[in-house]
Structures are given as structure tokens and as C-alpha cells.
Design a protein around this ligand. Structure first.
Ligand code: MRU
Length: 355
């Protein structure tokens, strides 16, 4: 990968500012948990696994900065709560923070000195980052099996290297399939209003030399009807225990259209995106973002003054529209609930454990 989405550099988190892409490749340097929390809220970094990794680094830099006298369990919990509240839908965020919190609480309980707590926080955050990269590669390899020869692959939003610590989930599958010579083109939905497809998916695929064709969000159905889409693959922000999938707004419509046209609709995500404590999709909290983001385009207002806008950032695709879910442990075919439970249990992650 010729860029890094997020990294720990000394006592700071550095991240590629995704609001500036594709024009500008600029890294932000963040030295406090508050700065990291704002960067997540303002979408300088986004994508479920990437914000989990970033938040874990946020804990590490905050603990590095606090004076010894203030380094205690309360400060840890305050930091974790601030970061956890930044974006509600992506469960990877809560998952990464829970891992950090559990490990560091154990250090405090054991009476570990401040230097030991700090070292442990860096080491664990780094491990979460490296594991995410390895997980994405495994998802890519497993998912590439599902891709037919010379495939035209539709995707929505950005579930790529920019949305993870590297390689990507849905785009990880595309990358692995591309290495096997299977990709004719990736049809990237532009993904209003933040334009993750137009700005980010197009940028990272073009950079890797993978053919990409940009389409507007409303073109998917017509292309499917004309036989110009072979399969669709997206990422996920949270997968409920029954297999319902929360992902970027617009995903649900594409899944229904894919079913109508007999096109496979795949979801690629790490097991950390599966939330066994959420039984079904209607219980997934959907982030409501500022209407301003819909009322403007590239910083310019596009609607008349006084007009209101809705902005649910995610939707839920019922499990019945999902042909298969690809995780780092392999492909899960329907019934999804059983396959998810089996993989979670094999991985030692059960309900109530804050996977
Ligand atoms: O609002 P975003 O850009 O964070 O939404 C991202 C998505 O919906 C992705 O598809 C999802 O997080 C999966 S990323 C591997």
C-alpha cells in the first residue's frame, strides 16, 4: 500500500485527512484524545475498522500525555467514553475501545506503574491495527473465490484501505480478485453526500491500477437491468446476530435491486463488525448527521434557503437480501444467523463479551 490510513507516530496519531482527498494528500497530527474524537466526528477518518483503530491510538496518546498523578482508571474511562460517543453505528469503534479498556483496567487493578500502563496501551493499539490489516487480507482471499471471471463489481461507499488499517474489506475482496485477473471494472457509486465513492474508492482503486467506473447513486438499478453488473459487494458498520446489515445509506436499495435482478449481493466485514448483542437490524442505532451535509455540495449550498434535509448516515439491509457474508474466517452462506454464531464461537467471541 502506498499510503497509510492511520498510524502511531511517537506520541501522536497521524492520519490521512480523508476530507481533502483526492486533491490533497495531507496527514493530520493529533496529540490528544479530544483531537482524535473531533477528527472522527468530522470524518477526517471514517470507515468502521479505521475509526476503531484510530480510537485505540487515541487512548494511547491520551495516556502518554497525562501526568503520572492523573493517570488512573477514571481518566481512562473518561477518554474511552468521549471516543465511544463519536459515531454510534459502527460497532468496531466500541469493540476496539472495549478491548483497550478491559486490558488497561486489568493493569490498574494489578497496580501497574504509569510507564507500564502507557506501554501496554501503545502495544495493544498497535496490535489492533496490525490485526486489522491481516484480517482484511484474509477477507480478501476468502471473498475472491466468489468473484466470477471478468467481473463487473458494483460497490457503495468506501470499504477499502481508507476505511480500515489497510487493504480494505469489500475492496480487499476486489484487490485479491484483481490479483487473480478477475476484475473487468469496479462500478463505484458516488455515495452522496460525503462522496466516499467518488473521492475515496475511485482514488484508491485508480492508485492501485484497478479499473474503476464512477456512477451516481441512482444508476445501479438501470445497470443491473441492462445486465451490466455481475455482483455487488459492500462493507458493513454493524451486523446484527440475525444477519441484518447496517451500512452506508443507499446500501439497502442496491440490495433489493440486486435481488430483483438475480445478482449476488455480498457483504465483507471482519468478525469485529458482528454484534451478537444486537439481535436484529431494527435495534442498530443509526447515526443522524447534520442536514447541512446534504444541503451543500463541495462546500456550496445546493438547495434554496429555508429548505430542510434528512441525513440518516446508514440504512439496514435485511439478512434475506444478503447472498453471503465474507469474514476473515471464510464465507458464510444463509442461514446467516447460524453461520455468524458458529464463526463467533470458533473465534471465542460470544454474546455479552463486547466483541
Ligand atoms: O460514514 P462512513 O464513511 O464512515 O461509512 C462507511 C461505510 O459505510 C463503510 O461501508 C463501512 O464502514 C465499512 S468499512 C470497511
Amino acid at each position: 500500500m502506498s499510503f497509510e490510513t492511520v498510524r502511531l507516530a511517537g506520541d501522536a496519531v497521524e492520519l490521512l485527512d480523508q476530507r481533502r482527498l483526492p486533491e490533497d494528500e495531507r496527514y493530520l497530527r493529533l496529540e490528544t484524545a479530544e483531537e482524535v474524537a473531533r477528527a472522527i466526528e468530522e470524518m477526517a477518518v471514517r470507515g468502521a475498522p479505521a475509526i476503531g483503530v484510530t480510537a485505540a491510538f487515541g487512548v494511547a496518546v491520551e495516556l502518554a500525555r497525562l501526568p503520572d498523578a492523573e493517570l488512573n482508571e477514571e481518566a481512562l474511562e473518561r477518554t474511552v467514553e468521549r471516543l465511544r460517543g463519536t459515531r454510534p453505528t459502527a460497532v468496531n469503534l466500541a469493540w476496539a475501545l472495549e478491548r483497550m479498556s478491559r486490558a488497561l483496567r486489568a493493569e490498574f487493578s494489578a497496580g501497574a506503574p504509569p510507564a507500564r500502563v502507557r506501554a501496554r496501551s501503545r502495544e495493544l493499539a498497535q496490535r489492533i491495527c496490525e490485526q486489522d490489516r491481516a484480517t482484511c487480507r484474509a477477507i480478501g482471499e476468502a471473498g475472491a473465490e466468489l468473484v466470477s471471471r471478468s467481473a463487473r463489481v458494483l460497490t457503495h461507499c468506501n470499504a477499502g484501505a481508507l476505511a480500515t488499517a489497510g487493504y480494505g474489506t469489500a475492496l480487499g475482496v476486489v484487490r485479491s480478485a484483481s490479483r487473480r485477473g478477475k476484475i473487468r471494472t469496479v462500478l463505484a457509486c458516488e455515495t452522496r453526500p460525503f462522496l466516499q465513492g467518488a473521492r475515496l474508492t475511485a482514488w484508491e482503486l485508480a492508485r492501485d491500477g484497478i479499473p474503476v467506473t464512477l456512477i451516481t447513486d441512482s444508476m445501479g438499478g438501470a445497470l443491473m437491468a441492462r445486465g451490466e453488473v455481475d455482483l455487488a459487494i459492500v462493507g458493513a458498520d454493524r451486523i446484527a446476530a440475525n444477519g441484518d446489515v447496517a451500512n452506508k445509506i443507499g446500501t439497502y436499495s442496491l440490495a433489493v435491486l440486486a435481488r430483483e435482478h438475480g445478482i449476488p449481493f455480498y457483504v465483507a466485514a471482519p468478525l469485529s463488525t458482528v454484534d451478537p448483542d444486537t439481535p436484529s437490524g431494527d435495534m442498530i442505532p443509526i447515526e443522524q448527521r447534520a442536514s447541512e451535509e446534504v444541503l451543500t455540495l463541495a462546500g456550496r449550498r445546493i438547495a434554496p434557503p429555508g429548505v430542510e434535509a434528512l441525513h440518516p448516515a446508514f440504512d439496514v439491509t435485511p439478512a434475506r437480501y444478503v447472498s453471503a457474508i465474507v469474514t476473515e474466517r471464510g464465507v458464510i452462506e444463509p442461514p446467516l444467523a447460524e453461520g455468524l454464531a458458529r464463526q463467533l464461537s470458533e473465534a471465542g467471541l460470544e454474546a455479552g463479551e463486547g466483541t
